[in-house]
Design a protein around this ligand. Structure first.
Ligand code: SF4
Ligand code: SF4
Length: 393
């Protein structure tokens, strides 16, 4: 099981409490961005393009705690930037643990070995490590060689020291579903508690604009990856709602819940969600009251929302569905206990994908595949996991 029972119980009682009080809109996870600077520069990142004077700034611990108290969500995710670069990150985590918040400290793990002694293992603290796939793919996605190896080593050490460790994976157009499945196996072998996975959002500011997934291709990709989990090998644990994963696979339809994961950062409370920046509110109450929520989500017709299937908008919907009545509860339990998703068509597509090109040069449009049956001399360039593709440069 990916999420500990105590955390599930906290979330369940919180959601029930909100529903009993008749609250229509309530937050589940506060996305607290205490800084935007990072020690990497990933091509799909929408957070590190601010000017230098913004990148230098940190939110104070006091401001962070004020936001946490105002919001009241039972879970706090700390993305960034790279939160381990924040000079008072350990103090912030200590204060959040005192408040019994379940913390997901999102890190690329480059600094984890160096900073780990600043932290104490706790059921409230999880290091959520950014890992976008197997070694070649991850290093390409984060635009630096060696990051996968360092992150894997740091995660192993954190697990050995008794910390909760999860992974956080973003998938883009052209992802190799067979490689992603092998990556999930690798992470399980590493001993992580669970994994989180989501399609990327097409940030207007991200340098790489052409590799974001559209809705239909998202369903197809996730169905190939997450179906057919039967057999002793595919015992993957996910640290997220199984109903959200079924949504990604196209097995259920949801509308976005933009207020579910509100975002607080250097500019204030970001309207309406973690991904869009349509202004800022000074207080959480103002964010909830003054945001025109009906302008967002797929049904609103807003162009920026049409292809979005990102966890920060849809995972709260899935969690709310779980606690909406017996139907949601039953669907969640069924998925957790019996969700192996046998699907012959997905299996066939997976096989076909083995003969298609994937990997850095293909993603960049710098290589093409030799057609089946082409017996001309060996390709001069191979990409992706060694020996899996025949690509000519
Ligand atoms: S590690 Fe995260 S914050 Fe840093 S550049 Fe990459 S995506 Fe952006
Ligand atoms: S659909 Fe995506 S971009 Fe639109 S409001 Fe929801 S989370 Fe934000």
């Amino acid at each position: 099981m990916g999420v500990p029972l105590s955390q599930m119980w906290t979330v369940a009682t919180y959601v029930m409490g909100q529903r009993l009080r008749g609250r229509k809109r309530y937050p589940l996870v506060l996305m607290l961005e205490p800084l935007f600077r990072c020690n990497l520069a990933c091509a799909g990142c929408g957070k590190i393009q601010y000017p230098a004077h913004i990148l230098k700034q940190n939110l104070s611990v006091e401001d962070c705690l004020k936001a946490v108290d105002e919001c009241g969500a039972p879970m706090v995710s700390i993305p960034g930037g790279e939160p381990l670069m924040h000079p008072q990150i350990a103090e912030l985590v200590r204060e959040l643990v005192k408040r019994r918040k379940y913390i997901y400290l999102c890190t690329n793990a480059i600094l984890l070995k160096e900073k780990i002694d600043l932290f104490t293992p706790s059921k409230y603290l999880t290091f959520s490590v950014h890992m976008d796939g197997q070694e070649d793919h991850h290093d390409f996605a984060v635009c630096r060689e060696g990051v996968y190896k360092d992150a894997a080593e740091a995660m192993r050490m954190a697990v050995q020291r008794g910390f909760r460790v999860t992974t956080n994976t973003t998938l883009f157009e052209g992802a190799d579903p067979n490689s992603v499945r092998a990556f999930f196996d690798e992470m399980m072998e590493l001993g992580v508690e669970g994994m989180m996975v989501s399609p990327g959002y097409a940030y207007e500011k991200a340098p790489d604009q052409k590799n974001f997934l559209k809705r239909q291709s998202t369903h197809h990709l996730f169905n190939m990856i997450l179906s057919n989990r039967d057999g002793g090998k595919r015992k993957w644990r996910f640290n997220q709602s199984p109903l959200f994963l079924e949504f990604l696979m196209g097995r259920r339809d949801y509308e976005c819940t933009p207020w579910g994961n509100p975002t607080y950062n250097l500019f204030g409370w970001q309207k309406p969600c973690y991904l869009l920046q349509d202004g800022y509110a000074d207080t959480f109450a103002e964010l909830m009251q003054e945001t025109q929520w009906d302008h967002y989500g797929r049904a609103s017709g807003n162009d920026k929302c049409q292809n979005c299937m990102v966890h920060c908008g849809y995972e709260p919907t899935a969690v709310n569905h779980t606690f909406s009545g017996m139907g949601g509860l039953f669907a969640t339990v069924r998925s957790m206990l019996f969700g192996t998703y046998r699907d012959e068509a997905a299996l066939k597509s997976l096989e076909q994908e083995k003969g298609r090109p994937h990997g850095p040069l293909v993603q960049l449009g710098l290589a093409e595949v030799k057609p089946a049956g082409d017996d001309s001399p060996d390709p001069t360039v191979r990409v992706g996991r060694k020996g899996t593709e025949r690509v000519v440069a």
